[in-house]
Ligand binder design. Structure first.
Ligand code: NAP
Ligand code: MG
Length: 487
């Protein structure tokens, strides 16, 4: 059934508007590159526009870094390395704490700008992205003077200059995941945010400047893929930390093969969310919604493949449809919004193409009835029934609010199906039986397996993938290791 009339679940009441105010935020019309502790114009004088995907209006124009700017930033990072890496861990930690506190102080501003630039609901940027970003800095600040305890009987040393490239789905949070462990371990950094969401990284640059962090330790270069490629190719970069698509990850791996550069890749996913018949069904339905519709489904570890045990399938699907009918799609700055704007028109096209493919290959679609705003990039939460392992939408990462639903009878069957993917980033298991959970966590080929919950993140917990989801871990003690050498 599509978004049409006569829907049995149609909500009988609605929420009033609850917009977050924007009068407290400070945005410039034009943003420069952050190199060597200062905001500087790009050498080639090029700028691009960053758009608000909920109305497709320009928010600001942003400098585009050329390979010459990359060169300048890498040299600044290199020049800062000796004194930063030999500063005591305790002193390094103080700067990182300061950055964490400054994020907290300006949390409201960060949250609003994140939602404006990227389209995610303010509830998520306010309650998840921004606090978690601050927590990452707090957590790694704590490690800065304890590296010898983290790796006993070894002498951990920083690698040098880290080139860090991040995607658009969690712009500030991904910047925090990258910067905090790199700084705690004594590396210096050149970081590139994604083209569609540069603003919170630039706000972070302002905070970094305010924190008094020695110049050159962190450099932030805005730009598109070419800027990222120039960072990857720069001969004086010692390590690349990349989060993004598997295709670009493979390209990076090929590019640096044969060089001494170290690499970590956090790539795509197609997570399985498995509901057993003994699960608490209502909680599981909430978990399914959170797993796939959180952040419009722009989540690498989204639970985009649902597996429901056959005996409870009709109940779960019925309840899920009913729950979807009550999801509010719309203005990211409204505090009641559940699903915000799709990050870019390009991503919306990609999602639409997948939905069409799903239909063409025989999938049965369900989308709730809901009004969508006239302007901007929107996608209704979408469910596909009647699909099997061979369907394109079951195989490939859609990176949008589109869920495929399959059923299973036995544990072995669902383990086979869940692992039948080139990816290996996340999975979820819903059951009352602890033994079943432990069995599945052993068998599922995924970097993180959530039990009776989904999409929970914590700076103390390592996160990363298997197979085409990449390698290396971010978060936790394990997240220090990719920024260190031990000789
Ligand atoms: P993407 O196209 O791979 O872009 C990621 C970053 O790489 C962006 O900053 C991008 O720049 C840059 N880039 C593009 N081409 C490049 C090149 N040739 N060399 C170096 N850098 C290049 O991915 P995306 O579409 O932004 O993000 C979605 C993907 O990220 C999904 O597959 C998702 O699963 C994955 N992801 C993974 C994790 C994880 O932890 N495993 C977390 C979040 C997202 P521009 O975008 O500015 O052009
Ligand atoms: Mg934008």
């Amino acid at each position: 059934m599509s978004a049409t009339e006569n829907n049995p679940f149609n909500a009988s009441w609605t929420y009033d508007k609850a917009p977050e105010s924007t009068d407290h935020i400070q945005l410039k019309e034009q943003y420069e590159l952050f190199i060597d502790g200062a905001f500087v114009k790009p050498l080639k004088g090029k700028y691009f526009e960053t758009i608000n995907p909920s109305n497709n209006q320009t928010i600001a124009s942003v400098a585009e870094a050329s390979s010459e700017d990359v060169d300048k930033a890498v040299h600044a990072a290199r020049a800062a390395f000796d004194s930063w890496s030999t500063l005591s861990g305790r002193e390094r930690g103080k700067y990182i704490y300061r950055i964490a506190r400054l994020i907290q102080e300006r949390a409201r501003e960060f949250a609003v700008i994140e939602s404006m630039d990227g389209g995610k609901p303010i509830r998520e940027s306010r309650d998840i992205d921004v606090p978690l970003a601050a927590n990452h800095f707090f957590y790694y600040a704590g490690w800065a003077d304890k590296l010898a305890y983290a790796f006993p009987n070894k002498t951990p040393k920083p690698l040098g200059v880290a080139g860090q490239i991040i995607p658009w789905n969690f712009p500030l949070l991904m910047a925090a995941w990258k910067l905090a462990p790199a700084l705690a371990t004594g590396n210096t950094v050149v970081l590139k945010p994604a083209e569609t969401t540069p603003l919170t990284a630039l706000k972070l640059a302002e905070i970094i400047q305010e924190s008094g962090l020695p110049k050159g330790v962190v450099n932030i270069l805005t730009g598109a893929g070419a800027t990222g490629a120039a960072i990857v190719q720069h001969p004086e970069v010692d390590k690349i930390a990349f989060t993004g698509s598997t295709a670009v990850g493979k390209y990076i791996q090929k590019t640096i093969a044969g060089t001494p550069k170290k690499l970590t890749l956090e790539l795509g996913g197609k997570g399985a969310n498995i509901i057993f018949e003994d699960a608490a069904i209502d909680q599981a339905v909430e978990g399914i919604v959170n797993a796939i519709f959180f952040n419009q489904g722009h989540v690498c570890c989204a639970g985009s493949r649902l597996f429901v045990q056959e005996s409870v399938a009709s109940t779960v699907i019925q309840k899920l449809k009913e729950r979807m009918e009550h999801l509010i799609v719309g203005d990211p700055l409204d505090k009641n919004t559940d699903i915000g704007a799709i990050n870019s028109t390009k991503q919306l096209e990609t999602i639409k193409d997948y939905v069409e493919k799903g239909l063409k290959e025989g999938g049965e679609i369900y989308q709730p009835v809901c009004d969508l705003p006239k302007k901007g990039n929107w996608c209704r939460p979408t469910l596909f029934l009647n699909v099997s392992q061979s369907h394109t939408i079951v195989q490939e990462e859609i990176f949008g609010p589109v869920l495929t639903v399959q059923t299973f009878r036995t544990i072995d069957e669902v383990i086979d199906k869940a692992n039948n993917t080139p990816y290996g980033l996340s999975a979820g298991v819903w059951t009352q039986h602890g033994a079943k959970i432990f069995h599945l966590t052993q068998q599922l080929n995924a970097g993180v397996v959530w039990a009776n919950t989904f999409n929970k993140f914590d700076p103390t917990a390592p996160f990363g993938g298997y197979k085409e989801s990449g390698f290396g871990r971010e978060g936790g003690l394990q997240g220090l290791r990719p920024y260190l050498k031990f000789n």
